[in-house]
Structure formats: C-alpha cells, structure tokens
Design a protein. Structure first.
Lengths: 329, 329
C-alpha cells in the first residue's frame, strides 16, 4: 500500500508535468507557426540553369543557391548546357520546365533567343529569375546580378587612372551576351564622355575562352602598337590576354583589367601581370536568386511581383587587396 | 482500493501519453529548428525613419515594412522628421541610433548631409539600408527603391509619345533630394539624346508641396506659353500642376506626368486632367528593406555584405489601367 502511494505520487507529479508541458507546447506551437515563415519542404526543388556548365565560374553562385536552399529546407538541382551553345541551353531549359520545378534561376546565354522558353515558364506559373546575364525583354520575374553598365564604367575609370588619362584601349568581350554588351557599353561611354585623350580602338570577340582571348589580344597588339590597355569583360579573358602581352614582350607596358575572381586572374594580379579585376559577388547572385524564388512561392505568392532587380555589387581587386580574395568563396 | 487502481490506470495512460508526446516534441523540435531559419523575437526592433512623416506617401512603405516584420516575428517603430528639414531628420536619426535598434531603414532627405550619422550607425554595427531616396556615398549597407534614372527616362519617353515628339517641357522637382535629381537627369538626358524636337525649358523647385508646385507651374505657364508638357518628380506635385493648368484655362493642352500613386493623382488620371503617373512600388521598398535588415542580422551576419541595391521597379499608370491602382496598397 505504501509502495502504491509512492507510485501514485510519482504519477501525479508526471501528470502535472504533462499538463504543464502540454499547455506550454500549445503556446509554443502557435508562436512557432507564426515564427516559421520560411519553412519549405525537401520535395520543393529549385533548379539553376547555366551554360558552359562545367567551368569554375559557376561554383560560387551555386554555393549561394545551395546555402539559401539549406536555410529554407528546400532542394536544388544544377543543370546547364555543357557548351557555349544557345540551342543546347534552350533544350535544357525546356526539359527543366517540363518537370515543373518550384522555381528556376537562369543565366541566359543570349538576351533574346531564350525569351519564348522563359515566357513559357512564366505562363505555367513557375517563378523564374535571371541571374548574372539578363534577358530584359522576357517575362522573367526579376534579374539578380551585377549592374553591368556601372561595372563597365568603373573599369573605364580605373583604366584611366592606370594610364594617366591617355592612350588607346581595346575591349575583349562576348558580343552576344547581354551582361557583356552592358559592360562594353559602360566602358565605351565613360571613356567617350570623361576622357578626351583616351579611345576605345577595338572591340573583339574572345568567345568566353582563354585561348581565343589570347589570340585576339595578340592580333590587336601586333596590328595597333598604340594599345596601352585591354579590358576583358569575361572571366577567362584576363589570363589569355596576359599570356599574349607576355609573348609580345609588352609586360608591364599594357595595362590589363579583367572580370571576376578566377584563380588564374588573382594569380596574375598578385604577380603584377594583370592590373585589376572587377570582382562580382557571384555567391550573392545564387543566394538572392533562391531567396526571391522561395519568397515568391511562399509569402508574396501571385499577389505581389518580385522586385525588378537586385544589384549584387562589384569590388575592384588590385595588388593591394588581392590576398583577401583567395578562397573567399 | 478499487478507486485507487482506476486512478493508477488513468495516471499510467497519461504517463505514456506524456512520454509519447515528449519524444515526439523532441523530434519536431529539432526539425522545427532546421525549418525555422527566419525566426526573430519581438524584442528585436527595426525602425523606419522618414521626413514629412505625416504624409500619405509613406503609408504603403510602412505597411510593407510591417508585413515583413510580422512574417519574421520582429517589432517595428516608425519615426521621422515632421517637416522637410534636414536638421530635424539628422536629430531624429541620432536619437534612433542611440537606442541601438536591430536595424534602420532610412529615406534620406539629402544625399550628403546625413552621411556622418549614417556612417555612425555603420560603425556601431547597426545595419542601415536606404530606401526610396539614396545617399550613395554613405556607408549604408544597401539601397532599396526605384531606379530613378530609369524612371525619369521612361517618363520622357511617355511625354514624347503624348506630345508626338515635339514641344517644350518643364520639370517640377525637389532639387536637393537624390532620387529627384536622378529622375530629373533621366528625363533631361533622354529628351536631349532621343527627341531633337523637344526641349526641357525649365527645372523648378516644387518643395515637395502641392501649393508651391501649383505656383511654380502657374509662373512658368505664364512666362513661357510654349510649354506643352510638365513632368513633376514628386508625389504632391501633379495635382498642384493640374490646378495651375486648369486655372490658366489650358486643360488638355498641357500634358502632365506625375509620380507616385496618391489618391488625388489617380483621380486626376481618371478625370483626364493628368496624363500619367510613374507608379512606384513603395510596399516593396518597405518589405525588402526589413527583409534585408533581418537577413543581415540573422543569416548573412558580418560575413556577407548585403546586395548593393534592390530596384523595386516602376509601373506607368494611365487612364487605361488606373482603376486597378485604387486601394491596391
């Protein structure tokens, strides 16, 4: 009987504990619900679509995409055209849309050719943001990336500083891609408007490729010995140009400004063969792309459009600050 | 004894229920934690700071700020200079910083004068984003609002459409505020570059006030009868200009393009006295300001900067689509 009473007492304690916990849990439960606005499920899949999908350049953007996905408890998939090929990217995008993902982040290889497929995603209610390279006339929800006009203008200002405001320059770019068109335009306009003793003597096609960039740089340096500076708008260009400049025996006589933070470019800045590079925050592009797609599905829904654009900013990397950019992303 | 056994049995049941619930709670607990990235606490306070703080214009932005705060379970406070007075706004901002809030969203009355105080917030580790009107040389984390150069350029294109690409125009603006400077510049540059038969004949100061805008419009219309269009860059301007145009007996002879979606402006568009207005998405400005401040504190922390800017986009509102904008925000 005594034993039973002890058990009784213990049970009574546990009962009150239970009641207490239950009521507390209830309260917490409702607070949790209001506190849990950003919870997705792992069956919710967001797809990143690129081109030249194997290059190092996309890694940091994909990391940002994945980091945001982890935060929101959703899944991601990485797809892309293996080559620099608009038809291949169109096919990949068609395949992705057919699977009805929760959202798509696309870097468009061409500012117009993909519009019908982008618009198809829109019509099917699949949120799609463009990142890095825009297709401004498509029905995509938003653009996330560098303000490329601004970045080109800033590159021109730096070039003018390096060249003391005088001399001929050349641009090596990818003339079919919108972001590269904008960088080129920003550079050209700034030189024209602000530096009367400077000139953009040539705009060349580096095809997003180190070797082509090297060849184009070699040709223009031979043809026009007045070239004192080369701005290359694309990640693989700077090292190609640096090799051409070295081969021509013009090291430290031709100023090179590159784009992006590839290891070879950073190495060139460290060694002095490249003067500067325009560092994009590609992690942010991926992070905020997923972020906007997620909020478009969960909180803004059909009622609110996404913002037109997120400018992820630019950092100018020179010998002074290059150390901080190794392994930063 | 029988009674005791019943009680015993009931207690036993409750005990198992308790254990079951406890273990379930535990499991949910950990899932919740991973699923609950965006949970703040109500003691976390975000402050919106404006000027002319009583005007209708800020309401929708504040609603966006509040909506995001509710989503993330944090608190907001609304502060501002009652008048259009840079010293008053500086004092208010100083007071807000002294209370060490979790974050500040500021619309800067002046693009330079507030920089020392903005930078103080930065040095104290208080995230601060500028919304609507930027202070681009400050150490603020980001800008959230309309791309005002683009908006001014678009207003110029619409004006050219209304005037068949010919005639003189005037701008009524707030010349000290950065967003209005940008709108003015975008309008002027576009007219100059694209419409050789058009001209911006005068840029006037409406002081953000309907009556001053009316007076300035009346003066310029009397002085220069060639004026065929007036672009007013500020919310209170369009109705003032419409009243001046009516008083001068020039209704439907002078095209008015306004800015923002105040009721009086929408009424003017409905009745035909105002041709169009550039609709900003002020709700988005508030929403994404809080959004970025919150993520800056919770997930990006010191390790990652915020994006440089969020362009909240623009919609052109004319007689055709004005109905949709009543009570939309």
């Amino acid at each position: 009987m005594k034993k039973l009473l002890v058990v009784y007492a213990v049970m009574l304690c546990l009962f009150f504990l239970y009641v207490y916990d239950y009521s507390r849990g209830d309260k917490t439960g409702s607070t949790e619900a209001s506190k849990r606005p950003a919870a997705g499920s792992l069956s919710e899949k967001y797809v990143m679509v690129t081109f030249q999908s194997g290059i190092e350049y996309w890694k940091s953007g994909l990391k940002g995409f994945e980091d945001a996905a982890q935060l929101f408890n959703v899944s991601v998939e990485y797809r892309g055209a293996a080559h620099y090929d608009v038809h291949e990217q169109t096919t990949v995008l068609e395949q992705v849309i057919a699977k009805k993902p929760a959202g798509i982040a696309l870097s468009a290889i061409d500012p117009k050719a993909l519009n019908p497929v982008i618009d198809k995603a829109h019509e099917q209610g699949i949120p799609l943001v463009l990142f890095d390279s825009d297709a401004p006339l498509s029905k995509a929800s938003a653009y996330v990336g560098t303000n490329n006009m601004k970045a080109g203008a800033e590159a021109a200002r730096r070039m003018a500083e390096f060249l003391d405001g005088k001399g001929e320059t050349a641009i090596i770019t990818q003339p079919r891609q919108y972001n590269h068109q904008e960088r080129t335009k920003g550079f050209e306009q700034t030189i024209k408007q602000k530096y009367p003793n400077m000139k953009v003597a040539a705009v060349l096609d580096g095809k997003g490729d180190e070797l082509t960039s090297k060849k184009e740089a070699a040709k223009i340096l031979e043809k026009n010995p007045s070239i004192k500076g080369i701005f290359t708008t694309e990640a693989n260009g700077a090292n190609g140009v640096a090799r051409a400049v070295k081969a021509a025996g013009l090291e430290r006589e031709v100023c090179i400004i590159g784009f992006d933070k590839d290891k070879k470019t950073l190495d060139g800045i460290k060694s002095g063969s490249i003067s500067a590079t325009m560092g994009q925050d590609t992690w942010q592009m991926g992070y905020w792309s997923l972020h906007m797609l997620f909020f478009s599905n969960h909180h803004l829904k059909q009622e609110r459009p996404l913002p037109a654009a997120i400018d992820t900013g630019i950092t100018i990397i020179t010998k002074e600050n290059v150390a901080a950019y190794y392994a930063n992303d």
